[in-house]
Design a protein around this ligand. Structure first.
Ligand SMILES: NC(=O)c1ccc[n+]([C@@H]2O[C@H](COP(=O)([O-])OP(=O)(O)OC[C@H]3O[C@@H](n4cnc5c(N)ncnc54)[C@H](O)[C@@H]3O)[C@@H](O)[C@H]2O)c1
Length: 259
C-alpha cells in the first residue's frame, strides 16, 4: 500500500528499529512521501535488505544498539552528516518480554536499556537537531503504556515511562518549536507477535477484543505516524493517538456475542 498524502521532500526522518515490522512500514511510507530516511537497528545486513529497491540517494542505514549512549550519539551524527539535518525522529525500537514477573525480572536489564534508556539517549542527542529545524518526534508507544496487561508487567512499565517522558518533553520543548507525540497500537502482526498470529486460537482471543474485528498490520500504523509528523499536526503536541482498531475503547469487560 502506498500513501502519497504528504510532501516530506527535503526533510530527513530517522526511524529506530526500522528494519522490520512497524518501523519498516513507517520508513517505507516516509520514503513513498519523498523524505530522506535513515533506519537504525542492531544488524546491518537486515537494514540493508530492508531498504533494497529504495532510492539509494534518500536512504541511510546505521547499525548500533540504541541502549548504548555512544551508539545513539553516533546514530544522530551519521544522519546529520549524510543529510545535513534531522526533521523527524520516530522512536520505534523496543524489546518485548512476557511471562511471570518473578521469572522475567532478569530481562528487566534488556527492557530498561532498550526501551527507556534507549529513548532517553536518543532524545538527548536528537532534540538539539530537531530544535534547529523546528522538527518533531513521534514515538511508537502502545496501548500497553496506558493500562496493565496480563503477563508483561516489565514491558508495560517501560512503555508507560516513555509515554510520560514524551508528555513532559512536549511541555519543555513546546515554546522551543519542537513537537513530541505518540501513537499507541494494540496487537499488530509483526515479528514480535508472529508466534501468536500463527496460533489460530490465540489470534482469535486478541481479535475478539478489537472493535474493528481484525488484528492491526504495520501499514495501519504508519499513516498515523506520518500525520503526526506532518505540518497538518502543527498544533498537536504531547498527544497519544490510539491506532488500535478500537481496542482501547473497551472497558476491558469480555466480548460476549449477543442474540
Ligand atoms: N506488534 C505489536 O503488537 C505492537 C503493539 C504495540 C506497540 N508495538 C511497538 O511497536 C514497535 C515496533 O515493534 P514491532 O512489533 O514492529 O516488532 P519488531 O521486532 O519488528 O520491531 C522492533 C525493532 O526494534 C529493534 N531493536 C530491538 N532492540 C534494539 C536495540 N537494542 N537497538 C536497536 N534496535 C533494536 C529490532 O531489531 C526491531 O527491528 C515497538 O516499540 C513495540 O513496542 C508493537
Amino acid at each position: 500500500m502506498t500513501h502519497n498524502s504528504y510532501d516530506f521532500s527535503g526533510r530527513t526522518v530517522l526511524v529506530t528499529g526500522g528494519g522490520s515490522g512497524i518501523g519498516l512500514a513507517i520508513a517505507t511510507a516516509f520514503l513513498d512521501n519523498g523524505a530522506n530516511v535513515a533506519i537504525s537497528g542492531r544488524t546491518e545486513s537486515k537494514l540493508v535488505e530492508a531498504v533494497q529497491g529504495q532510492p539509494a540517494g534518500r536512504t541511510l542505514t546505521v547499525a548500533g544498539d540504541i541502549g548504548d549512549p555512544s551508539d545513539a550519539e553516533a546514530l544522530v551524527a551519521a544522519v546529520v552528516e549524510r543529510f545535513g539535518r534531522l526533521d523527524v525522529v520516530v522512536n520505534n525500537a523496543a524489546a518485548h518480554t512476557g511471562g511471570d514477573f518473578t521469572d522475567t525480572v532478569d530481562e528487566w536489564e534488556q527492557i530498561r536499556t532498550t526501551n527507556i534508556d534507549g529513548f532517553v539517549h536518543l532524545a538527548r542527542f536528537a532534540l538539539p537537531e530537531l530544535e534547529r529545524v523546528g522538527g518533531n518526534l513521534v514515538a511508537v508507544s502502545s496501548v500497553s503504556a496506558l493500562r496493565g496487561d496480563w503477563g508483561q508487567s516489565l514491558y508495560n512499565a517501560s512503555k508507560a515511562a516513555v509515554l510520560n517522558f514524551i508528555q513532559s518533553l512536549a511541555l519543555d520543548y513546546g515554546r522551543r518549536g519542537v513537537r513530541l507525540n505518540a501513537v499507541a497500537p494494540a496487537f499488530t502482526i509483526t515479528p514480535i507477535t508472529q508466534g501468536v498470529a500463527d496460533d489460530a486460537e490465540q489470534l482469535a482471543k486478541f481479535t475478539n477484543r478489537v472493535a474493528l474485528g481484525r488484528p492491526g498490520q504495520p501499514e495501519d500504523i504508519a499513516p498515523a505516524v506520518l500525520f503526526l509528523a506532518s505540518d497538518d499536526a502543527a498544533y498537536i503536541t504531547g498527544a497519544t493517538l490510539a491506532v488500535d482498531g478500537g481496542t482501547s475503547a473497551s472497558t476491558g469487560q469480555p466480548h460476549i456475542e449477543q442474540g
